[in-house]
Design a protein around this ligand. Sequence first.
Ligand SMILES: *Cc1c(COP(=O)(O)O)cnc(C)c1O
Length: 454
Amino acid sequence: MKEIPYKIYLEENEMPKAWYNLRADMINKPAPLLNPGTHEPMKAEELAPVFCEELIKQELDNDTAYFPIPEEIYNFYKMYRPSPLVRAYCLEKELGTPAHIYYKFEGNNTSGSHKLNSAIAQAYYAKMQGLKGVTTETGAGQWGTALSMACSYFKLDCKVFMVKVSYEQKPFRREVMRTYGASVTPSPSMTTQIGQKILEAHPGTTGSLGCAISEAVEVATSTPGYRYVLGSVLNQVLLHQSIIGLETEAALKKYDIKPDIIVGCAGGGSNLGGLISPFMRDKIKGDLDCRIIAVEPASCPSFTRGKYAYDFCDTGMVCPLAKMYTLGSNFIPAPNHAGGLRYHGMSSILSQLYDDGLMEAIAVPQTQVFEAAERFARVEGILPAPESSHAIKVAIDEALKCKETGEAKNIVFGLTGTGYFDMVAYEKFHDGLMDDYIPTDAELEASFAQLPPV
Ligand SMILES: *Cc1c(COP(=O)(O)O)cnc(C)c1O
């Protein structure tokens, strides 16, 4: 058997040339987006005022398995990809486990996360359409950062609505975005009608992702030459993120490794959906026997405690309805330090796979996540993002189970990013000031009661 190196790199020319669309191989397709007025499936022409044309085609295509990656995007990927698949030898030793642990590290670019994989694709298609710019929302700031980088590369204007509480608490992220030339507005703002309405109803609110989406969509649809882009949840985003899974598959194949367990954190589902895509295809075809685990915060448990139903994607109810595991569009999660995992809903693709019993989900409280983050950081030499640390937590738990049973399972997890902008969260953890708020059943029921009747 070949000895496995600490880092399994692919050569530049081994990078996948096409994205993989898992929907083509799903037996039960994800439910379509619905028009919020008529409850009929959204047609391409209805989406055209909001999204870029090529991206709409990708969004609605359940049949084409492979989409060639355009050369300009491929060349951009070459600056920071292929990303390494790391064998966590040091963590294995620390845990004393016979399991083999691997992680796919997506934090090796300035934006610090996997989000750049889709940001550059979306900016490219906007540019090809001859647009002036794009609008978006950002919560913790990772998506806004990635999109600002991508827009500056293609010389597009970028208007970011940043959830007000993050705008105030994360000034450094805001400045990174401005360095790349983006304009950043705290949301809710007085610059949009929906922002004014929300502020009137909830004076002093510190905002939410749902509010920021409504504002970004309003600006995109009312400004000529602009469209709206989104960093997670949508089918097109999972398509772009399939690069993570395809590279992981190629790296594992080099050493004849078959994964037994694949773990990823799940906010809107884009990194996990991308990571698992080729493995889920094999699982659906009966060629791979592998557990797939989504990890979410106990404070925002869309899979484990949500309802599988049509819901609004935003607070202002201007977006199409999506069928997904959801906590309700009015659900505002308790302040959790994994800002990228606070969305109320989940990708329609992953929701369908979960409903079909093809994957599992686990919710974990945040202090345990930070314990795992610290344990990992101390031996593996990477300071992980709080979001990514949800996956670390469950990968460690599975490795410790292997210690009990003596099984040498192959555990693969997605390490989506670095945590340098999250040091306030680490500080709270170190000072014992971090809480583990978990929503009550009554809170969730109140939110479910407001789901649209579809
Ligand atoms: C945004 C983000 C996530 C969660 O988003 P998904 O769409 O669920 O992948 C996870 N990790 C990091 C570092 C992020 O920035």
